[in-house]
Write a protein that binds this ligand. Structure first.
Ligand SMILES: [Zn+2]
Length: 298
């Protein structure tokens, strides 16, 4: 009980420092894989704890351990580091200092909370039952760097690993969890429609991919939904000709598809890709043009 009180007191005393750290991180948003300044700031904080560092595996990741009493047991705690290509218009005093970049997903908060947890672990290290591995992971927004870090061994030897993400709809002070699947794994697709360029005055001489592509958007996002149950998808970009009169040979759709499945079940996106391919092929045959569609899983 005394221990719990001491912990509570220490954490309460730490809150202003963590808040200030979050604001410093918020000022320096960096995109996936480029979190160099972010890493430097985190490292300068971690140095104060004299932890055991891991060599970076992806350049900007920061991984360190604070040893506990049982050297055979290691628990992992993870936070993401990257920001988004979004212009900040909040007007807050600690707003992004980088034009067009913003910590709009809250990873600045995640990093501060994880560093705060490391400070708590260090302060109470004599009481730590297990070693704690702190994992600052770059590139959450590009969907693949977490898996790369795991493949490079960052989870080796862990008895368990915990991560979290803020959820703005929850009341302050509440956390939410449940057994089984909770947050989603995600994937990204690019579909390219290839036609033949022609002058706008002679459409019969070309193959305009715009119509089948527009049809595919409706098929993929319309009703009935392509993503029943726990899957959902969003077409985020539709790009083609840049000149009004030209029938451009290429038209691309980009979309991000979160799957509510555990990331380790990597075979699961395949049925989605097959369904997606079928829908785009259906779009292509509905127009008497020679269209090739490609679906690329990154
Ligand atoms: Zn996020």
């Amino acid at each position: 009980m005394i221990m719990r009180e001491a912990l509570r007191e220490f954490i309460n005393g730490l809150v202003p420092e963590i808040r200030e750290m979050r604001q410093r991180l918020h000022r320096i948003p960096e995109l996936a894989g480029k979190e160099h300044e972010t890493r430097r700031l985190l490292k300068s904080e971690a140095d104060k704890l004299q932890p055991i560092y891991w060599q970076p595996k992806l350049g900007t990741d920061l991984v360190f351990e604070i040893p506990g009493r049982d050297p055979g047991k290691v628990i992992g705690l993870r936070a993401d580091m990257d920001a988004l290509p979004i212009l900040e218009k909040t007007g807050v005093g600690y707003a992004s200092g980088k034009e067009g970049l913003m910590h709009a997903c809250g990873h600045d908060g995640h990093m501060s909370i994880l560093m705060g947890t490391a400070k708590v672990a260090k302060a109470f290290e004599k009481h730590l039952p297990a070693t704690v591995r702190f994992i600052f992971q770059p590139g959450e927004e590009v969907l693949c760097m977490g898996a790369e870090l795991v493949e490079k061994g960052v989870c080796d030897g862990l008895s368990s690993v915990y991560g979290f993400h803020n959820w703005p709809g929850l009341p302050v002070g509440k956390i939410s969890s449940k057994p089984g699947i909770f947050f989603a794994a995600a994937n990204e697709f690019k579909i390219t429609f290839r036609g033949t360029a022609t002058h706008g005055a002679t459409p019969e001489k070309g193959n305009n991919p715009l119509l089948p592509a527009a049809d595919a958007v409706i098929r993929l996002q319309g009703s009935p939904p392509l993503f029943p149950g726990r899957e959902c998808g969003n077409i985020g970009m539709f790009s083609g000709a840049e000149k009004k009169l030209e029938c451009h040979p290429l038209l691309k759709l980009y979309w991000k598809v979160p799957f509510a499945i555990p990331v380790w079940r990597r075979e699961r996106p395949m049925p989605f890709r097959m369904r997606c391919a079928r829908q785009t092929e259906n779009s292509a045959v509905s127009i008497p043009l020679s269209i090739i569609s490609e679906i690329i899983c990154r």
